[in-house]
Design a protein around this ligand. Structure first.
Ligand code: SF4
Length: 292
């Protein structure tokens, strides 16, 4: 019986492979601080409650524990387009899409159909769950786009759709992917391995990884370490172009200023030199001689 995970979906290129043998298969200093517990760990965006340390924020917070996402007045057109496509995919209603968007969503639907076929070939009838809230740990949670899980099978799938132009961290090392897998292993205790697929319809690429239950401690340690750094007020900001570019602390972050504002730094260092003090007697003598 051929595993559908070894069949490459049409027009989709592999960005990177999973950790298993099926690599490349197609299936499937003084800045605000988030906390990991309690009500303060929540915020509302687009009508949905999120945890401040969410799977999607883990990468930024790992890069800099003081990172704070910028709030933009208007939704970026690419983000709005992604939301539209996600909704169309979720409801299977493509009527509000243009031809290009329709093509992307159809690619997602075809990808899922291929994964479903793999389960059927193994004699399994998976549940397909969309927009699933997954509890990760200590109040950290996130929403997974699509999950395939069979009541009796030991392999599950997690699919995340990325409708933007940017490729993200490979699924293999992506902290969000690992967080979602951790949430799935905690929820479905009989699942022993999870295929994670990040599908980029606009780029016609997919990044995949196969995670195993034995990796749970490794994933948990990574998330807890990131959370501990975020919650430690002594954790210094760690500037990096990719993460600082979209940080709301740009205006007040000394670590960033020291790194990217060389002129300001040079002048600030110059101001450390003491201004010579002119003795009063010299000033008096200058005034009396008419040179004041
Ligand atoms: S500006 Fe950069 S270094 Fe400073 S808090 Fe933000 S992400 Fe961290």
């Amino acid at each position: 019986m051929k595993n559908a995970k070894n069949q490459k979906p049409a027009k989709v290129k592999i960005q990177s492979g999973g950790s298993g043998t099926a690599t490349g298969s197609s299936s499937v200093p003084s800045v605000p601080q988030p906390s990991t517990g309690g009500v303060s760990n929540l915020f509302v965006q687009s009508g949905r409650v999120h945890s401040k340390i969410s799977p999607s924020r883990l990468k930024d917070l790992e890069m800099c524990p003081r990172h704070l996402p910028e709030e933009r007045g208007e939704v970026h057109p690419i983000t709005a387009e992604g939301t539209l496509c996600h909704k169309a995919k979720e409801t299977n209603d493509l009527s509000g899409l243009n031809a290009e968007q329709r093509h992307w969503v159809e690619m997602c639907i075809a990808f899922e159909a291929q994964i479903r076929k793999g389960y059927w070939k193994r004699g399994e009838k998976p549940q397909v769950l969309t927009e699933v809230k997954l509890d990760i740990l200590d109040g950290i949670f996130g929403y997974a786009d699509t999950i395939f899980v069979d009541p009796e099978g030991t392999t599950a799938d997690l699919i995340d759709y990325k409708f933007g132009f940017q490729l993200q961290e490979d699924a293999e090392t992506n902290p969000a992917a690992q967080a979602y897998a951790l949430g799935m292993f905690n929820r479905w205790l009989w699942v022993d391995q999870i295929w994670v697929s990040y599908l980029y319809p606009r780029l016609e690429q997919v990044s995949q990884a196969l995670f195993h239950r034995r990796q749970m401690n490794e994933f948990e340690l990574r998330i807890r370490t990131t959370a501990a750094r975020v919650n430690d007020p002594h954790s210094p900001p760690t500037p990096n172009t990719d993460v600082c570019l979209y940080c709301a602390n740009k205006g007040s972050c000394p670590a960033l200023h020291a790194q990217v504002l060389p002129i300001a730094k040079r002048y600030a260092e110059g101001h450390d030199e003491p201004i010579p003090v002119v003795p009063t007697s010299v000033l008096s003598s200058a005034r009396s001689s008419g040179r004041s």
